[in-house]
Every structure is written in C-alpha cells, then in structure tokens.
Write a protein that binds this ligand. Sequence first.
Ligand SMILES: C[S@@+](CC[C@H](N)C(=O)[O-])C[C@H]1O[C@@H](n2cnc3c(N)ncnc32)[C@H](O)[C@@H]1O
Length: 335
Amino acid sequence: MAGETPGKPPRPAGLAATLLGITGQKTPAIVAPPAKTASPAGTPAATPARPPAGDTKLQAFLAATIADTRRALAADPRDAALHLRLAGALRMQGDDDGAAAAARQSFAIDGNEAAGYFLAGIGDGAVPARTPDSVVTALFDQYAATFDQHLVGRLRYRAPELVAATVRAARGDRATPCDVIDAGCGTGLAAPFLRSLARRLDGIDLSPRMIAAARAKGLYDALEVAELIALLRDRPARYDVIVACDVIVYFGDLAPVFAAAFAALRPGGFLAFSAERDEGTGWRLLPEGRYAHARAYVAATAAAAGFAVHSVSDAVLRTEAGADVGGVITVLARP
Ligand SMILES: C[S@@+](CC[C@H](N)C(=O)[O-])C[C@H]1O[C@@H](n2cnc3c(N)ncnc32)[C@H](O)[C@@H]1O
C-alpha cells in the first residue's frame, strides 16, 4: 500500500507530513520541505507545508504517494487513514483545496482528531484549545530519530540555550541549586544548559520516542511520558523553575497551562518559555498546526493565573534558508 518512495525524502516533519505518518505509511521518513519563508519558531510544524518547486526528489515522492494512495482508495474508499494521507501529501504539494476535501472525507468517516485538527488549522471546523495528544505523539514519535540533527544541525535551533539563559538572568546571583522541570523536553536539547543550574532536573513529554532520546543523553534525574498540564497539576509546589522550549506553540488557550505551572512552582519560582508571536489580541491556530499568541494575551492570562511578567524578549530561535527566524522568550515569576 505504501508504494514506492523515489529516493529518500529530504527532511522530516510538518503537520501535513504528519498526516502521512499518522496513517501508517511505511515511508522511511516523513518529509517536510525546506521553508522558503521564515516562521517564528524552531520546529517541524513551523515549516510551511510546501515543497519548493525545485525540490524534485520531494515532488517525486509526493506524486508517488498521491498516486499510490488514490489507487488504494479506489479499492477501499472508506479508509479514513488513506484520505488523511492523501490530505497530507496534497497539502505538501500545494493543492490546498484537494487537501481540505480529502481531510473532510477522512473526518466524515470516523471523526479522527488528526483530520479535525488539520481542518481547524485551515479555518474549517472547531479549533481545539490545544493540539490533540494523539497528534503531538504521532508528530514527535516520527520525528524523534532525526530531531537533533535537523533542528540543531541544519536549522541552528537555539531556543533551549536562550530560554536557559533567561532563567539564569531571572535568578540573578541566587546560588542555591533549584529543582527544574523541562516540560515538553523532547530529546533533551535543553538539558546541557539546565544541568548545572539544577539540583534535580526532570523531563516530561507526550512522545515516548522523544523521551527515549532524552534518556539516552543521560542528563535528567527522571524522565516520564506524560501530558504537561496533567502532570504539573499533580505536582504542587514541586519546582523552582519550569522551562518549556517550543512547547507553548502546541497550546492555544494558555490559561490551563499557566494555572498548572503556577501550582507546580514554589513561591519565587519561574516559568520560562519560547513562543510564536501573533499580532492580534488573543491566540490563533496557524495552518502549519502551531498556535501563535499575542503579547497582551500572554500578559493578561499570566496575570489571571497569579504570575508577574518578569521579562519578555524577542529572540532569534533558529535560522531558515540563511534567514533569522524570530520568536518571543517570556519569563513569568510566581510571587
Ligand atoms: C518542538 S518540540 C521541543 C522539544 C524541546 N523542548 C526542545 O526545545 O528541543 C515540542 C515537544 O513538546 C511536546 N509536547 C507538545 N505538547 C505536549 C503536551 N501537551 N504534553 C507534553 N508534551 C508535549 C512534544 O511531544 C515535543 O517533544
């Protein structure tokens, strides 16, 4: 059913690419194209779901996937996963209408979360308050093996280093080692920057494969596969520092995240995170499957949870095609 994949796809990721992966296609890697335009943060789904016209390898891969999937659908038109795969490939190919139609068919068959989320991102259907757990897990489980090489090696991803630096600045000359949780730790890229700060360094993530990669680094005291809000709610006053590098982009409504983080922090503690900026007034799900937040919304939601805004700074979180890609690093203080 998977058919031929002409050549190894150049690079993993992206929500559209995830739709291919979620559907169980036996492709060696799920691909997303090199971005032509900069987007404000450093992860797969931040990349535009479009292959550059000149990427013939990727175009050939997509064309083969579409042809194979259409053939399989002719035999089994009620296969929701196949429609979803078609949606992902068409979107990456640049056929938005075709992608939307395929996602609608997938959703109509079994109401699956991935199709619903994809449709919400393109303005068709209810926007969830955060990325569904199943979508997060599928995206990052398939990305885990190449995450470090792609983000750090190719995109010069710097969010962990920069977020850790803001934490150090916020703590000033406090010498006491603190208890830190890397929330949405992924493969553990922040651990080298947090380790010397932390008496205890915990990491949690929804993706078992990301957690396995983090474990291999050997820098955490404890790692757990868990959902961030649920886990923080369960650990009242346990931490002095919570960091979330490029994780808040998977949450739209920040009220539950901030409330859980506030509860998990001790008085005097900090929540530090990188995010994507929206120029509106609230939060928005982008077509790439990530959420962006207005600065005023973040400040108001933080205040409602009891936080004081300690610092907000624009930062270059990575590069893309030689161009700097910006985001916002925010540090909230629990009084
Ligand atoms: C872009 S990666 C960043 C990983 C790491 N923080 C870094 O900077 O390298 C986002 C991570 O957040 C995790 N994540 C997203 N939503 C989550 C949630 N609700 N609970 C736990 N982890 C989540 C994903 O599984 C993924 O590993």
